[in-house]
Ligand binder design. Structure first.
Ligand code: B12
Ligand code: SF4
Length: 478
């Protein structure tokens, strides 16, 4: 059988709604579609010309174009898993297409995902997508590595697949339906992913279970070309307020020499843009790297600070210390870069007051923005194994920051209140006014955007409070 039409779908946990607000601030969620799935669509396009992707982050799915495809690939993270399964069921009832699921959540939960599709492709799809298309065309039993599927009610898993050798494909943005129209909204960020894998192994990290501990990097030339094309795609024909590109690697600095060479290539290419990047605290002690970041146009480092207590770092195998974090933040700021803080609450040692401590830390250390996330527990991670009997539920659509477990020393209800409190204190009206009058340029735009974004984050967190109150009371644990 010849495969003539392939469609890719990224389910969204809440479909995009047009609003005036979205013209100038973040939406309820930042609506950046998946570059991982778009990379796969780009690879498949070279083999099957009629290939297109839809992302519910930015548009409705045109079912009349999707249902007659030969193969439908769908990829998602945990927060969109419920919607993914719902769409897969719909496709099953209305189409003859072969349904293939992949991405972080189906990979780590293939036994669950197998119930909704023909095949789950495990791990990174850069090579396996073409392999499976060819295997389906050959009409023989699927025996390629890295596949899980259901056969006579049992789950078959073929041998493990090695990670792809070539991760240099530059996503073709035009393969995503309506992407170019939608990038004028400031809630959609240009992003480039330059390396995969992280040498660390924090107990709550799902990524390292999928991408592995060996760091694999793209060619600096390919990264630079990707950056150029992404900027061009986002900025041609649109006047965007927040012109900032996000390098989305989990640990860009793990391979120091490579990181320096990418930064050097950005400088040599003469790219004039603003960048933000995620990092661990160690980069704050590397003066040469910080200088290069500054020269290359980076204005911010989003640091995975996670906790503020050494006890928590130790308990979850996060190789950090409070004192190192504080020193790192100070040195980064000394180099003229902003620090954003990514935090986790709900560690076993956390008690009432964790929100207050977090907010004070952020304000005192001049941290420019935050993401506060209650710990979540994905099968395949060590925290899942140690805490699986403490989960309130496994309703994946709630894994967007909400409390989803019974913490040791604070009730789920109180913990959710602590997150709301911290957000409110960090994004208070007083701090908003101070940002309007004292901050300039991108700093002011970003604070304004985040002020409204955090307001809607809090509104969502509040909606969960009655459920958490009931769970707290019924548990009899607190
Ligand atoms: C960019 C990003 C975002 C963007 C865009 C997300 C998106 N649409 O992809 C935005 C800003 C929207 C976002 C938001 C959030 N995010 Co986010 N985000 C990321 C980040 C940093 C990079 C994603 C990326 O580009 N990866 C690189 C590409 C190459 O990987 P990939 O997408 O997984 O694709 C590869 C493979 O997985 C596989 N694959 C993927 N799909 C498919 C499909 C098939 C069929 C096959 C075969 C293979 C396959 O092949 C691809 C190429 O190799 C990741 C961290 C990470 N490294 O992934 C976190 C991450 C995905 N985010 C996470 C979280 C928790 C969130 C938030 C809940 C945070 C919050 N509290 O608000 C929100 C949720 C938003 C919402 N809608 O509710 C978690 C998810 C954990 C989980 N278990 O699912 C991650 C993993 C971060 C982390 N450290 O834990 N995020
Ligand atoms: S340092 Fe970050 S990416 Fe690496 S294992 Fe820990 S949480 Fe995951």
């Amino acid at each position: 059988m010849e495969i003539k039409k392939v469609r890719f779908i990224e389910p969204g946990n809440l479909p995009y709604r047009k609003s005036i607000k979205n013209l100038y601030v973040y939406d309820k969620y930042i609506r950046t579609p998946s570059m991982g799935l778009l990379t796969l669509a780009t690879i498949v396009k070279q083999y099957v010309d009629d290939t297109l992707m839809y992302s519910e982050s930015i548009s409705k799915i045109k079912w009349e174009d999707v249902l007659d495809a030969d193969i439908i690939f769908m990829g998602f993270f945990t927060f969109a898993a419920n919607r993914g399964y719902e769409l897969a069921n719909y496709i099953r009832q209305n189409s003859k297409a072969v349904i293939i699921l992949g991405g972080l959540h189906p990979t780590l939960n293939y036994e669950e995902a197998c119930n909704y599709c023909d095949y789950v492709l495990l791990g990174e799809g850069d090579e396996s997508v073409l392999d499976i298309i060819k295997a389906i065309e050959s009409e023989k039993d699927i025996s390629i590595p890295g596949v899980a599927y259901k056969k006579d009610k049992a789950i078959v898993v073929t041998p493990k697949r090695c990670p792809p050798e070539n991760i240099d494909t530059i996503p073709n943005h035009s393969l995503l339906y309506r992407f170019h129209d939608m990038v004028r909204y400031n809630t959609i960020w240009p992003q480039v992913h330059a390396s995969r894998g992280c040498p660390h192994s924090c107990d709550y990290c799902a990524l390292v279970r999928v991408f592995g501990r060996k760091v694999r990097t793209r060619w600096p030339e390919s990264v630079v070309e990707d950056i150029k094309r992404t900027i061009n795609f986002f900025d041609s024909k649109h006047r965007r307020l927040a012109k900032m590109l996000w390098i989305t690697d989990d640990n860009f600095f793990a391979d120091r020499e490579w990181a320096l060479s990418v930064l050097r290539s950005i400088i040599d290419a003469g790219i004039k843009y603003k960048f933000t990047i995620q990092a661990r605290y160690e980069v704050g002690y590397d003066d040469e790297m910080l200088e290069m970041l500054k020269k290359a146009g980076f204005i911010e480092i989003a640091m995975g600070i996670e906790f503020l207590e050494d006890e928590a770092f130790h308990a979850y195998n996060k190789k950090s210390r409070y004192i190192d974090i504080v020193g790192s933040v100070k040195n980064i700021q000394k180099h003229g870069l902003r620090v954003r803080g990514l935090f986790i609450v709900g560690a076993d040692n956390h008690t009432i007051g964790v929100g207050e401590r977090l907010a004070s830390f952020v304000i005192e250390n001049n941290i420019c923005g935050v993401l506060i996330q209650s710990m979540y527990f994905i099968p395949g991670t060590p925290v899942y194994e140690t805490h699986k009997d403490k989960l309130i539920h496994t309703n994946w659509s709630k894994c967007t920051g909400n409390v989803v477990h019974y913490p040791e020393n604070i009730s789920p209800y109180d913990l959710q209140q602590e997150i709301i409190y911290a957000s409110k204190k960090i994004y208070s009206l007083r701090r908003l006014l101070s940002a309007i009058f004292k901050k300039r340029g991108i700093d002011r735009i970003l604070f304004l955007g985040e002020f409204f974004w955090q307001k809607s984050v809090r509104a969502d967190l509040k909606k969960e409070l009655p459920f958490l109150k009931k769970s707290t009371q019924e548990s009899g644990l607190y």
